[in-house]
Ligand binder design. Structure first.
Ligand SMILES: Cc1cc2nc3c(=O)[nH]c(=O)nc-3n(C[C@H](O)[C@H](O)[C@H](O)COP(=O)(O)O)c2cc1C
Length: 231
């Protein structure tokens, strides 16, 4: 399938066939998911593929028993953790050094990443960050964040959402169907997957083969003229 075909074929499927979608294809799509662009390449995402039947049953319940979850072959919870830059900082520093990246890039990974992605316990550093951005911003353009831990978490959520899109497009290109879901009880999902307090569950994605009446009808979008603004 070419790109346009994949994009047009992908739909949110609420009812899957009983036939199980192959695990190897799910793994292939996960490999492609992590090639998504992500903030500073710190890869603050995780993919929890819930295979255990007992856990899967609980995850379906946490997804409010939606048929998109109930009838799926596979469920993957995609999470974002703003503190997970710590996991990638050292490998990234080694990598930028090994490829002889410009000095400024090496310094960015060594010095600036920890400052950018930290706001301290109870956002202790947030007022200092805010004042610095505000004063500098009076004289030149500057990024105004992330300031608080929530801002840092939002950055991680954006990147994880892009990985979700890569994943669903990859599954579509491999002949499967998906549904992204934010209709779930986050507290229950976090408890089930033993996630720490800084982690957010961005989406639970269901995978399978499209069943009969898998969608409610043809795809609906607002006209281009309402959403595209040319200045
Ligand atoms: C962030 C997000 C959350 C969503 N949550 C749900 C959900 O909980 N249940 C559901 O059936 N569909 C969910 N959807 C699917 C949307 O309803 C769907 O993408 C939209 O209606 C457009 O339909 P299409 O994907 O077939 O083009 C979600 C989609 C996104 C991007």
């Amino acid at each position: 399938m070419d790109f346009e075909e994949v994009v047009r074929k992908r739909r949110s499927i609420r009812k899957y066939k009983e036939e199980v979608f192959p695990e190897e294809k799910v793994m292939k799509a996960l490999e492609l998911a992590i090639l998504a662009p992500n903030s500073s390449n710190v890869q603050t995402w995780n993919f929890h593929w819930v295979k255990s039947p007992d856990k899967k049953k609980k995850l379906v319940e946490a997804c409010l028993n939606q048929s998109a979850a109930r009838t799926a072959s596979h469920l993957i919870a995609v999470t974002a953790d703003g503190t997970a830059w710590r996991r990638s900082q050292k490998p990234l520093v080694n990598w930028v050094r090994s490829v002889n990246a410009p000095k400024i890039v090496i310094q960015y990974y060594e010095k600036l990443i920890p400052v950018t992605y930290t706001s301290g316990i109870f956002n202790l550093f947030a007022p200092f960050k805010w004042v610095t951005f505000f004063i500098t911003g009076l004289f030149r353009p500057i990024m105004r964040g992330p300031v608080t831990n929530r801002d840092i978490s939002d950055v991680a959520v954006k990147s994880a959402a892009l990985a979700c899109e890569n994943f669903v497009l990859a599954i579509t290109s491999l002949g499967g169907a998906t549904c992204m879901m934010e209709g779930f009880d986050e507290c229950r999902v976090k408890k089930l997957l033993k996630l720490n307090s800084s982690t957010r569950v961005v989406m639970v994605i269901s995978v399978g083969y499209e069943g009969e009446r898998g969608t409610w009808g043809p795809q609906f979008r607002l006209p281009l003229s309402e959403v595209i603004h040319i200045w």
